[in-house]
Design a protein around this ligand. Structure first.
Ligand SMILES: [Fe+2]
Length: 251
């Protein structure tokens, strides 16, 4: 088995494991037998090379200009997100070599952490981009239907959810995220904090909506006023997309 075959085999096993966690499904999101909120295609998986690629933004760089400026979007997507994709492919490659006795076993802890960080970064940003929409084309407001009902059940009201989500995001220590997640065992929605790209998330949580509070997401426009950026983020949430994720998550 050559290195390319090893890469492909291990990467496919990795995707299967992620699918089991409720994040990634193979094929189309129209596959209603899966509770995954993303597909291989969403993540730019390339079967031919067995590597991830960086998908384009689902809108123009200046589409969210009232809340997030074009320069921030360009740097964030084209450099930061691209860096996570590159780091993810590299970590997978290094772990494959170790697995097949062609790498340095002493570095497995390092590369496993790199995999967690960069895979987290790739998934988080993919969810982030498609979780937003211009406030002039439907972004913001409140969800309706089943998601609205579940938010009321889980948090008491939309206002109470929004308060907790914004507070959690504002108070992330250092770089990280706040998430609205579906917890499939108790069948409840929860708000979580995440540090870096992966820490503090618990097993089985299915991410529905995330706000990136790394400084690279807002500093050019908002400087140290993270709370103002989060207030703006609430005005561009794509609740239609978040509702679709919720319906898939609870299958
Ligand atoms: Fe980011």
């Amino acid at each position: 088995m050559n290195t390319d075959e090893i890469t492909r085999r291990n990467a496919l096993l990795g995707l299967a494991a992620l699918g089991a966690s409720g994040v990634v499904a193979s094929g189309s999101t129209s596959n209603t037998s899966s509770n995954a909120v993303l597909t291989q295609e969403d993540l730019g998986w390339d079967d031919a090379t067995s590597k991830y690629t960086l998908p384009d933004l689902p809108y123009a760089y200046d589409a969210l200009n009232t809340v997030i400026d074009e320069q921030t979007m360009r740097i964030h997507h084209d450099m930061h997100h691209a860096g996570y994709v590159k780091g993810l492919n590299n970590a997978l490659s290094k772990l494959n070599l170790i697995r097949w006795d062609q790498g340095d076993d002493s570095l497995i802890q390092h590369w496993q952490r790199q995999l967690s960080f960069h895979m987290g970064g790739h998934i988080n940003h993919t969810l982030y981009w498609s979780g937003m929409q211009s406030e002039f084309s439907g972004g913001g407001g409140q969800p309706d239907g089943n998601l609205a009902h579940m938010i009321k059940n889980s948090f008491g009201s939309f206002g109470k959810f929004a308060k907790q989500f914004k507070l959690a995001a504002t108070k992330v220590e250092g770089s990280g995220w706040a998430w609205l997640v579906y917890e499939p065992l108790s069948k409840q929605l929860m708000v979580t904090q995440m540090q870096n790209q992966q820490d503090m998330m618990f097993t089985g949580a299915i991410p529905l909506l995330g706000v990136d509070v790394w400084e690279h997401a807002y500093y050019l426009k908002y400087q140290n006023k993270r709370a103002n950026y989060i207030d703006g983020f609430m005005r561009v949430i794509n609740w239609t997309e978040v509702s679709k994720r919720f319906e898939r998550a609870r299958i």
